[in-house]
Design a protein around this ligand. Structure first.
Ligand code: SF4
Ligand code: SF4
Ligand code: SF4
Length: 332
């Protein structure tokens, strides 16, 4: 197994920056977030979780998907060109790489999205195994604390050094073209322990449907503020709204897509003013059922990776593991 000494990480990032825009976790006001690296010494690879997941690099919060110019009647101009920089995501945890694989199921395999595809094709993913789950993580229950696919290189913490697993030809080329990687002994993937939150996932999609009419939904729905923080931070939430921005003369304009989420009031507002999930209970139920039942029904895996971000940010203390555990205890 190749190894990378921790004291060489900054030099490694510097080398990567010769070919890629490198995004990595960095500290911000006591928390961590992925950002493009300006100062290599500020990269942190041993961190609990980041505020936002890496989806923002592949599916930005707001992007123009179409521009048009109708001023010349002879030649109507449309521009809808996916663009992508060569980027390297360094330091993604297994749960977030698993989330990206779920995004691929939605935007590459199911509904083909050229913007997403372009960015995926131009990205190098260098992950790192997480060492200590944070208070809100439950990736151990969801089976997303390990990853077998979706990365070019994976780093395993071995004290003063990282063991390097190679996951793709691109990763292999990097390791074999940089002198910074040395030969070394094998380092085992860590076994995460000490989770505070756990859920039983056996038959979970079915259980969620069985409990569709439970009164518990109202208890949680009444607490929910419909603020949308949970869906914005979720690494697998892929919903968006489309907004047209038309110039004053009506001849030029652009079409944008903007992150949206099912817990927000207007998500289900349709023509004629009908809103078919007007109350917060039905919207919260949609979010949790989509994660733990509908997504599985369609793609064969849970839509939740157990990253715990929605639990961290919820101002109403709504914790999906608690919802699931209470629903399960009702069936016993
Ligand atoms: S539902 Fe919550 S815990 Fe699950 S992936 Fe989304 S943010 Fe993470
Ligand atoms: S939970 Fe809601 S916002 Fe997130 S992907 Fe599912 S339907 Fe979309
Ligand atoms: S973060 Fe909490 S309060 Fe806000 S919409 Fe999500 S569940 Fe409701």
């Amino acid at each position: 197994m190749k190894r990378l000494f921790k004291e060489d990480v900054a030099s490694f990032v510097r080398e990567l920056k010769g070919s890629y825009k490198v995004a990595a976790p960095q500290e911000r006001d006591g928390e961590y977030d992925f950002d493009f690296v300006e100062d290599e010494d500020k990269v942190v690879l041993d961190y609990p979780s980041t505020i936002l997941p890496i989806k923002k690099f592949f599916f930005p919060p707001e992007e123009i998907i179409l521009e048009y110019d109708l001023s010349d009647k002879e030649e109507i101009k449309f521009k809808s060109e996916p663009k992508a920089d060569e980027i390297c995501i360094l330091g993604a945890h297994p749960c977030d790489i698993n989330a990206l694989l779920r995004f691929d199921m939605v935007y590459l395999d199911d509904k083909f999205d050229p913007f997403y595809k372009k960015r995926r094709e131009h990205a190098l993913i260098i992950g790192v195994y997480c060492n200590h789950p944070s208070e809100s993580c439950f990736c151990g229950s969801m089976g997303t604390d390990r990853v077998e696919d979706g990365y070019d290189l994976m780093l395993i913490d071995g004290g003063d050094e990282y063991g390097v697993e190679i996951g793709s030809e691109k990763g292999d080329r990097i390791v074999n073209s940089m002198d910074i990687f040395k030969d070394g002994k094998d380092i085992e993937r860590p076994k995460l322990e000490g989770f505070i939150r756990e859920v039983e996932t056996k038959d979970l999609p079915e259980l969620m449907l069985e409990k569709y009419e439970s009164d518990l939904w109202n208890d949680f729905g009444e607490k929910c503020l419909g603020c949308g923080k949970c869906v914005l931070v979720c690494p697998t939430c892929f919903c968006y709204n489309v907004v047209d921005d038309i110039g004053l003369d009506g001849k030029n304009g652009e079409r944008k897509r903007i992150w949206d989420g099912c817990v927000l009031t207007d998500f289900t507002l349709v023509a004629g003013g009908l809103n078919f999930r007007k109350d917060r209970t039905s919207r919260l139920k949609q979010r949790i059922l989509h994660k733990f039942s509908y997504f599985d029904d369609k793609y064969g895996v849970s839509g939740c990776t157990g990253c715990g971000r929605c639990i961290n940010v919820c101002p109403a203390d709504i914790d999906c593991t608690r919802v699931i555990n209470l629903l399960r205890s009702e069936s016993k």
